[in-house]
Design a protein around this ligand. Structure first.
Ligand SMILES: Cc1cc2nc3c(=O)[nH]c(=O)nc-3n(C[C@H](O)[C@H](O)[C@H](O)COP(=O)(O)OP(=O)(O)OC[C@H]3O[C@@H](n4cnc5c(N)ncnc54)[C@H](O)[C@@H]3O)c2cc1C
Length: 489
């Protein structure tokens, strides 16, 4: 029987466990154990119900265009919980000089594709608007090497587009700093477009023209985001309910990992090529496994792998992380009647505020709050703002209420407040991330039965983490099978 350990019970580790469980049910001779340091599963995913409102401490939804999360929900039998964002109401505001300005229609990330809304928006100065028009006619040369998202944006559309659009979008999504994030890792589609068309505006317009369905009609609009009506935690609970009894070990941090090359404790069948194995240590003792899936933040994986392989440990430790704080406040809906329409607003770092973004939860999704309640979910922290993590709940509440008063004119007191601190939770794909990833992969394949999963590698969102968990499980199953084929085969 092949034994596989999964270390980390966030959505990546759980997805790996679910893939192993499905393989086991299909007749693979394997068993698995999942080790989680905390007393509960889910990692940064945490949902609770407060006064009938769903409050998410971590992710509140996922991008609909990435299929892994919705597919997982269908497999788990919770597809009836899938809830699209209320895109008829979708509007995002940007705070500029203490004034909320709507994102103009037709913007595809940082690329303007509609002339009139771009010409009329007060978001950009006339010189930026001229720069945008120039990009269509005289695009810059494509970059030969990886660069930051800010650098690419600046080359095409100027610094103001970085400050007022790209920085707030990235700090809202990634808790990230546009001047550090790799454009090749974070916006690979833009890089491909630049290579092909030079002008990003021309490329986006061409992509739009190519988008019709086979019937010739434009494809029906899909919601941008999807959530689960009862909370993102339903995915976590749904997987946990399917796993083999006794396979989950909560409050059991793995303290050390050893690779037992040439030191197989259990003698293997004589025709087995597999001469290695893994031992992990917890407070409860040692356990031996054939395969290991590390579904941890890269810094935690680095700590366990450094004694096994210094190079991989060092590469993982170099992946930076940012922290974030969500402050969720529930109000009487009447108190929010003066809120601008839409999903919420983003705050550029140039505004020098603590808040990075605020989502109007009751407007983004219908049915996650009772009709008489409204919920504001505010983000603080992000790259370079870790000091806020040590502030008391009282102080964080004061900061948020002060900024809501100044930005939205909101004077009402919240009926409830929930604060979640996510320390070093968001991987930051810095310039050169893809090369680092290649080096990690090249070295990990040298360690039989090892696979990595989580948000440090190929996407930070929930669907990407699910996909990396599934792939890690498949990789380990395949690698272990290949190593146990008879030598004569
Ligand atoms: C505030 C916030 C909002 C977000 N919003 C969104 C969103 O709206 N949409 C979206 O798609 N994504 C969002 N994300 C990103 C996404 O939620 C995460 O990238 C993803 O959930 C990470 O999952 P994971 O399993 O890789 O890691 P984690 O959830 O970090 O899980 C790792 C687990 O490993 C455990 N662990 C650590 N060390 C050990 C050890 N030695 N032994 C055993 N266990 C250990 C930890 O306790 C943890 O449970 C958000 C993230 C945050 C923090």
């Amino acid at each position: 029987m092949t034994r596989i350990a999964i270390i980390g019970g966030g959505i990546a580790g759980l997805s790996a466990a679910w893939t192993l469980e499905k393989a086991r049910r299909a007749g693979e001779p394997l068993e698995y154990d999942l080790y989680e340091a905390a007393g509960r599963l889910g990692g940064v995913i945490s949902s609770e119900s407060v006064d009938g409102c769903v409050v998410e401490g971590g992710p509140d939804s996922f991008l609909t265009e990435k299929p892994a999360a919705a597919a997982l929900c269908r497999e788990l039998g919770i597809a009836d919980q899938l809830l699209p964002s209320n895109d008829a109401e979708r509007k995002t505001w940007i705070l500029v000089k203490n004034r909320l300005i709507p994102l103009p229609d037709g913007l595809m990330f940082m690329v303007p594709t509609k002339l009139i809304p771009t010409a009329l928006t007060p978001l950009f100065s006339w010189s930026t608007k001229l720069r945008m028009a120039r990009e269509f006619l005289f695009p810059p040369e494509p970059a030969m090497e990886d660069e930051s998202v800010a650098a690419m944006t600046r080359r095409h559309f100027g610094q103001e587009t970085v400050d007022r659009l790209v920085s707030p979008l990235l700090s809202g999504v990634y808790g990230g700093d546009a001047s550090q994030l790799s454009v090749r890792a974070v916006l690979p589609r833009m890089v491909a477009m630049e290579r092909e068309h030079r002008s990003l505006t021309r490329a986006m317009l061409a992509a739009r023209r190519k988008a019709p369905t086979p019937s010739g009609n434009p494809s029906p609009a899909r919601s941008l985001f999807t959530t689960l009506r009862g909370g993102m935690r339903l995915m976590v609970d749904g997987i946990a309910a399917q796993l083999a009894p006794g396979s989950i070990h909560l409050s059991t941090p793995v303290q050390a990992l050893h690779h037992n090359s040439e030191d197989c404790a259990d003698p293997k069948p004589p025709d087995c090529r597999y001469t290695c194995g893994w031992t992990l240590e917890t407070a409860f003792g040692e356990e031996k496994f054939d395969g290991i899936i590390l579904a941890l933040p890269a810094w935690a994986a680095a700590g366990l792998l450094r004694p096994v392989d210094r190079l991989i440990g060092g590469l993982l430790a170099d992946i930076p992380y940012s922290s974030s704080i969500t402050v969720t406040m529930g109000f009487n809906r009447l108190d929010l009647r003066r809120l601008p329409p839409g999903f919420g607003y983003l705050v550029p770092p140039t505004e020098k505020r603590s808040m990075l973004a605020c989502t109007f939860v009751h407007a983004k999704f219908t049915g996650r709050t009772p009709p008489d309640k409204g919920v504001l979910r505010c983000f603080l922290g992000g790259a370079g703002n870790d000091s806020l993590l040590d502030e008391s709940d009282t102080h964080l509440t004061e900061i948020v209420l002060k900024e809501l008063r100044e930005i939205l004119g909101l004077e009402a007191k919240p009926e409830f407040v929930r604060i979640t601190r996510s320390r070093r939770a968001m991987a930051q794909y810095g310039v050169g991330h893809l090369e680092r990833l290649r080096a990690i992969r090249d070295n990990v394949v040298q360690l039989p039965g090892l696979a990595l999963a989580g948000n440090a590698y190929e996407g930070i969102g929930v669907p990407d983490c699910i996909r990396t968990g599934q792939q890690a499980a498949e990789t380990v199953i395949k690698a272990l099978k290949e190593q146990t084929v008879p030598v004569s085969a």
